[in-house]
Structure formats: C-alpha cells, structure tokens
Design a protein around this ligand. Sequence first.
Ligand SMILES: [Fe+2]
Ligand SMILES: [Fe+2]
Length: 199
Amino acid sequence: VLGLLRPTDPTWAERAARALDRVLADHAHCEMKAASNALALSTRCFDTPRVIRALLDLAEEELRHYRQVLDELDRRGLALGAPEEDYYAAELRRRVSGRRSDRSVRRVIVDRLLVGALIEARSCERFRLLARALDAKEPALALFYDELFVAEARHHRTLIDIALDLEPDESQVRSRLAAIAAIEADVVASLAGGPTIHG
Ligand SMILES: [Fe+2]
Ligand SMILES: [Fe+2]
C-alpha cells in the first residue's frame, strides 16, 4: 500500500477490533497531532503562500477527523484520556533526523513532509485493516474507517506533492522518500502490535 515496504502484521487488526475503547481514544489523539503537525509545518513555509494554503486545508480536515472521533467517543460514553506514547512516530522521526547529512532548512522541512507522508500511508493501511475487521460487528464504524482510509491516502499524496513543490529536484525527493520508507519498514518490524493506531 502507498509505497510501504512492510505490511502490518494481519493479527494487529483483530487485537485492535477487540480493544475499541483504547483504539478510538488513541485515534483521536492521532488526528489532533496530524492537525497540529500540519499547522506547525505551515508556519515554517512562510515564504510559499500556496504551501501554507495546502497545509491549512490539511490541518482543517484533520481537525474535522479529530472532532468526528471525539463524537464517536461521546456516543460510546468513553473518555479521551491522556495521550499514549506513540513510539512508532517518535522513533521514525528520531531515526530520520539522526541519519540526515544535509541539515539545510529546506531539507529538514522536506524530510518532515515525507515522514508525515509515510505516517499517513501507515495510518491509511491500518484504517483499512480495521474497517475489514469491524465489518461484521460494527458496520457503521467500519464505514467511517473506510472513509478515513480514502482521506489518508489523499493526504499521503498531498504531503509528497508539497515536498516536490518546495524541492525542485524531483530525484532528490524520490530518493529521500525511498530512504525514509526503508527506515519506516524497520520501525514497523520492531512494533509489538498492541491495540493502538500505530501499535
Ligand atoms: Fe486524519
Ligand atoms: Fe491524515
């Protein structure tokens, strides 16, 4: 799926579907973080108005998702709770910035966009797995995750397009994306597969 080099362990979705309380709360936090990450990136692209607009559109959509997941928690009488540690995203960022030779401002922003694109791709893959696992017992929620699957696939492409807009050397972006995808696959291989969106 979407340039991911390692598929998620298929048994993850079964565990996630059995722990929906925890998955939904974690998912809400993920949407909030996606929105605030897009906003934070937009402030660093202050000299490229079309990029600011594209990141604002993304942030607004992620905020809508955040609200939708909060609504789902409310309907189920569940509390949001404090965010759990997202080892996957933190470790991916740590490994990518540790292996970056060129530390120019533009390269750092392009890396952050491409890391974001990979996180969107992984979330997209997992939403589809979750939708399938929920199909029989939670059809409405399965439909919601199918819609999010489509949105996250689009976000994956949007973030790559923005990186290509900022970095005119397309081969540079493509090779960096391939390197980050390899790192992402290594991080995924080290996950315990617990019932969180990136578990
Ligand atoms: Fe989202
Ligand atoms: Fe997204």
